[in-house]
Design a protein around this ligand. Structure first.
Ligand SMILES: NC(=O)c1ccc[n+]([C@@H]2O[C@H](COP(=O)([O-])OP(=O)(O)OC[C@H]3O[C@@H](n4cnc5c(N)ncnc54)[C@H](OP(=O)(O)O)[C@@H]3O)[C@@H](O)[C@H]2O)c1
Length: 285
C-alpha cells in the first residue's frame, strides 16, 4: 500500500491521481486533514494531531511525505511527528519532498529540510529524498503573469542573477515514477531544471506569449517585499520568498541538475514553455 500525505495539495493531488491510475484505488491511500475533500477514499492525517498519524499510516509500505506548508519553526514539530508515527507504524520506505541543495544554504527552510532528512535517516526506515527545486510557478502563476502583462514590468530584487527551477507537473510526474519504480531506496535526487533562466528572459517570455511589451526592472528589497505582500501571500511565505530571492541573488539556486530529466525520460518544461502554457490556459489579463 502506498500512502500520500498532502494529498489535498497541488503537488500531492497530482501524484495521487497518477499513482492511483497505475495501481488502482485499493492500493493507494490519500492522507489529509479533511479526507472528504480527496477524490476516492482517504484517511485523516493531521500533522498537528500526532494521534491521527500512526493510525493513518497503518499498513502503508511506501509513504510519500509531502513537506508541510506551515510556518517555520512549527513545521519542524509537525515533521518530527510524521517521522515518529511512520516509524511506529512500521512504514517500509519514506519518500520525502525536500529542497534542492538544502545542505548548501542556511535559511530557515533549508535547515528545516536538512533536519527532516536527518530525522528520516536516523529512523531506521528506508528512504528516498526528492530534493525539489524552486517551483517555476513561484514566478509564473495567474497573479504574477497578469501583473507582468498589465504593468509591462517584471520586477524583482535579484539583478541579473539566474536560477534553475521546475514546474509542479514535472515534479509530480517524477515523484510518481519514484513511488512506482524500484531501485530508489537510499537515493537523493536533485529535481530541478537543467537550464538557467533570468528575470530579463522571463520578461521576454511574457512579452512573446502575451504580445504586450514587458521589460525587467531590478527593484529594492523593500519594493520586492511590497510586491509579494500585494500578491496576497501570507506573511511567512513573504519572508520565505524574500530568503529565496536573497539566495537567488548570490547564485544559491543556480546549479543545473539532470536527475529530473532522467526520471522524466525527457526535457523538463522550460520557463518559456511554462509561461506560454500559463497564458494559454487563460492566466493572462
Ligand atoms: N520549492 C518550492 O518552490 C515550493 C513552493 C511551494 C511549496 N513548497 C513545498 O512543497 C509542499 C507541497 O507543495 P504544494 O504546492 O502541493 O503545496 P500546497 O498546495 O500548499 O499543499 C500543502 C499540503 O500540505 C498539507 N498540510 C498542511 N498542514 C497540514 C497538517 N497540519 N496536517 C496535514 N497536512 C497538512 C495541506 O493540507 P490541507 O489541504 O489540509 O491544507 C496540503 O495538502 C508544500 O507544502 C511546501 O512544503 C515548495
Amino acid at each position: 500500500m502506498i500512502g500520500i500525505t498532502g494529498a489535498s495539495g497541488k503537488l500531492g493531488s497530482r501524484v495521487l491521481a497518477s499513482v492511483r491510475d497505475c495501481l488502482g484505488a485499493d492500493n493507494v491511500i490519500g492522507l489529509a486533514r479533511i479526507p472528504s475533500n480527496l477524490p476516492g477514499s482517504g484517511r485523516w492525517a493531521d500533522f498537528d494531531q500526532p494521534d491521527s498519524l500512526e493510525v493513518a499510516f497503518a499498513g502503508v509500505e511506501t509513504l510519500l511525505f509531502v513537506a508541510s506548508n506551515a510556518p517555520d519553526p512549527a513545521r519542524m514539530v509537525q515533521h518530527a511527528a510524521v517521522v515518529a508515527a511512520a516509524t511506529a507504524a512500521r512504514v517500509g520506505r519514506v519518500v520525502y519532498t525536500s529542497l534542492v541543495d538544502c545542505d548548501r544554504r542556511a535559511t530557515p527552510v533549508d535547515k528545516m529540510h536538512s533536519a527532516t532528512e536527518d530525522l528520516i535517516r536516523r529512523s531506521g526506515m528506508s528512504w528516498t529524498f526528492l530534493r525539489n527545486g524552486e517551483y517555476t510557478e513561484n514566478w509564473i502563476n495567474f497573479v504574477s503573469v497578469s501583473e507582468y502583462a498589465t504593468t509591462g514590468l517584471v520586477r524583482a530584487n535579484v539583478g541579473g542573477a539566474r536560477l534553475v527551477s521546475a514546474t509542479r507537473d514535472d515534479l509530480a510526474e517524477a515523484t510518481a515514477t519514484v513511488m512506482l519504480g524500484k531501485g530508489h531506496a537510499g537515493k537523493t535526487y536533485d529535481l530541478t531544471g537543467d537550464r538557467l533562466w533570468g528575470f530579463a528572459e522571463l520578461a521576454a517570455a511574457v512579452e512573446r506569449a502575451t504580445s504586450r511589451p514587458v521589460m525587467y526592472r531590478n527593484v529594492s528589497n523593500d519594493e520586492q517585499r511590497r510586491l509579494f505582500q500585494r500578491r496576497g501571500l501570507p506573511a511567512h511565505v513573504v519572508d520565505l520568498m524574500m530568503d529565496v530571492h536573497r539566495e537567488i541573488r548570490v547564485g544559491g539556486f543556480a546549479r543545473p541538475a539532470t536527475d529530473l530529466t532522467q526520471l522524466l525520460g525527457r526535457e523538463p518544461q522550460s520557463m518559456e514553455d511554462a509561461v506560454a502554457a500559463a497564458v494559454g490556459h487563460g492566466e493572462s489579463p
